[in-house]
Design a protein around this ligand. Structure first.
Ligand SMILES: [Zn+2]
Length: 422
């Protein structure tokens, strides 16, 4: 039922390499790019309608020959050749995925940065020092981690892959979280992500986080970018400089907001497992034109999920049907007015985002929507929340119709969470 229930954190350690290691990084980038080049040249392009579908060469024989070819003149540990081929395949697979979705064009990926991923088999940890083999019995990189600032944080975690970069080493740690830990006792919150808000459902009720600030940021800089683009013909140099400056500023401000947002969420919901839609499973409309709003929301969601998975436990759920299905009876939802949906079958009237969040919540626990679950699990939470929100009497519950079934929650009793900026 649950996947991805593990926690991964990574930390940077500054490290100045000597000339031999710098040479190794250069050589590695070379064979990685060579590997991409060779695989690229062997792609079969299959015609399907108007499109060309790339098929990567996958045979063992091809991979073996590729490794042999790259091993010529390679003086470092042979493992790195194997690793480079793997990395090349993962780069090309991700390019292929994006190409099929229409995000990338038919252009070969180029490795610009120097980095080497170091697997567990290529290093040892002894006396607080990591020793990475570059050439067996000859050349090593040693990194002292006995006094790093994050020592306490990773105390019970397992050191995983390392990434060797030009002036630093990135250490990743992981701790396994058993699926069973997601039992009836652990708190979970399911999030429906939208352009202007993220809506959560958990034992505390309906939680809403305003994302308009983030959207405004994107718009402001998009407008700036468009204005500068007009300058491109007359003053290309100035335009390029300005573009660079503003895109950096934009990225910093967005990053800043997202860090504050995720920090706030972890503080408000300590020890909670956060459930999100599995973005890889969302079918994107196959259009080549990139609509601004879609690009923005995609960018935000990816970043929010990534940052949350560093700071807390994240569970990904297939979002199929979560927006059109009634969270009470499983019937089809019909658009009513504004953000409000009405079920064709049972007549539930509910806010769109809240409905999606409840559906994700149910999916995470493996329950299909049913009247019984709604009555026993969802309704009590919504009611309880309303009572405490008003701080009022017990009869101050959600409005009900004469049959006592329909719960009308169009605008909601929701808890707003603010991200304080500046
Ligand atoms: Zn219904």
């Amino acid at each position: 039922m649950q996947r991805n229930s593990y926690k991964i954190v990574s930390y940077k350690v500054k490290h100045v390499h000597d000339e031999l290691i710098k040479e190794f990084l250069r050589d590695y980038r070379y064979i990685l790019q060579r590997s991409i080049d060779i695989i690229w040249d062997n792609i079969t392009w299959k015609r399907k309608g108007k499109r060309l579908i790339p098929l990567l060469p996958k045979s063992q024989e091809f991979k073996k020959q590729l490794r042999q070819q790259l091993s010529k003149n390679w003086k470092h540990a042979a493992h790195y050749v194997v690793a480079a081929v793997e990395v090349a395949y993962s780069i090309l697979s991700s390019w292929r995925r994006n190409y099929l979705k229409g995000y990338r064009c038919r252009k070969k990926p180029v490795v610009k940065r120097k980095f080497v991923r170091v697997k567990k088999t290529l290093y040892t940890v002894k006396d607080g020092k990591i020793r990475i083999t570059i050439i067996p019995r000859e050349l090593y990189v040693e990194i002292d981690i006995s006094n790093v600032w994050f020592k306490k944080r990773v105390k019970n975690m397992e050191l995983g892959e390392l990434i060797l970069k030009e002036n630093e080493v990135i250490l990743t740690y992981r701790s396994k979280v058993d699926d069973q830990q997601l039992d009836g006792n652990s708190n979970t919150i399911a999030w429906d992500l939208n352009l202007f808000s993220m809506d959560g459902f958990c034992d505390k009720g309906w939680i809403r986080v305003d994302l308009k600030y983030l959207y405004t940021l994107h718009c402001t800089y998009e407008n700036k970018r468009r204005r500068i683009q007009k300058l491109m013909k007359k003053k290309p140099k100035t335009a390029k400089r300005l573009l660079k400056k503003y895109s950096r500023r934009r990225n910093n401000r967005i990053k800043d907001f997202l860090h504050k947002l995720t920090r706030t969420l972890c503080k408000e919901f300590p020890e909670y497992a956060h459930c999100f839609e599995d973005l890889d499973k969302i079918k994107m409309p196959r259009t080549t034109s990139k609509k601004f709003n879609r690009v923005v929301s995609n960018m935000n969601f990816k970043e929010i999920i990534k940052l949350m998975s560093y700071k807390s436990r994240v569970v990904l759920v297939d979002p199929k049907f979560t927006t059109q299905t009634c969270s009470r009876c499983g019937g089809r939802m019909k658009h009513r007015k504004g953000q409000v949906l009405k079920c064709e079958k049972c007549g539930l009237v509910i806010n769109r985002q809240l409905n999606a969040a409840i559906n994700l919540y149910l999916k995470m626990w493996g329950f299909p929507p049913s009247m019984k679950t709604w009555k026993e699990t969802i309704l009590p939470v919504l009611r309880r929340r309303e009572v405490t929100l008003n701080g009022g009497e017990t009869d101050d519950i959600l409005p009900m119709n004469s049959e006592g079934v329909e719960v009308d929650v169009p605008q909601g009793p929701c808890v707003s969470i603010r991200v304080h900026m500046g």
